[in-house]
Design a protein around this ligand. Sequence first.
Ligand code: SER
Length: 335
Amino acid sequence: MSKPVVLITGAAGEIGQALVRELAGNARIVTLDLAAMPEELAGETTHVTGSITDKALIERLGAEYTFDTIYHLAALLSTRAEHSPALAHEVNVDASVLLLELAAAQSAARGQAVKFIFPSSKAIYGMPDLETKAAHPRVKEDEWLHPDTVYGANKLAVELLGAYYSRRYKQLGDAPAALLDFRALRFPGLISAFTLPTGGTSDYGPEMLHAAAQDKPYACFVRPDTTIAFMAMPDGVKAMLTLAATPRQALSRTAYNVNSFSLSAEEFRQQVLAAFPQAQISFAPDAKRQGIVDSWPMGINDSAARADWGWAPEYDLQRCFDEYLVPNIRQRYQA
Ligand code: SER
């Protein structure tokens, strides 16, 4: 049997690199990113360097390949998006529509649904104040959907559009032979041992750790008590692959929370200090970025993902640090 053809946008980013590593060998992978793929992954994919906002380029990809699955990872993260909201719409929403159109056209032409896997975020939630945040530590999918950031609004918009393309696309015309199959995961702050995020607002976690491993001082831009959920990157990739592999009839929703562990910035610092006792970590809260993180829930309720497709993270807080982050980061910077 020929290998499935998979498109990964934003493939040179954090999730993209981790996903390519997992899929390599099992799929024919086409990658798209503004940047080149890192050297060690370059042989694993057919890489196209370009922008997801380039309509002609997306159409050319659609003409050249028939995709079984699209992992649409390219995005401007929350801090970066807040500096350029119009660009954020263009990258996070308009380009997503270009890809949804591609997937819709290919689903209709083949009579078989293209799977469209989309990383959404805890940022689609907006907690109005710290008291409410503390009172609702595990937010469910349909609660508090009033994001404070353009990034959160963008992600929520694409979730809604994806659900529309999956269920009602062109509902007043002739029914297409098949609709695309959109599935979104709402992730906590993902932490990788191998890459650093750029332009996010949960970045203080990974930044603290990577700075400590390099013996660099770090000033954390949120208060010590600031609490949100994080997840080890291998669990993020596992969640995407498991959701993608689940039969459609098992799914009761198009967007699922996936949770892992929650901790405060001070608890994060303590974990880092346990591994790197010399680390110089101070707190210098930035009122504006603090406001964004305060609007995100402390954790998310992932019981629907657990019930529908057997989701369970492999890394709890301690395993994440002791078995994944610390040894790999140590090795990375020693090398
Ligand atoms: N981790 C992302 C950010 O900080 C949220 O999805 O922007």
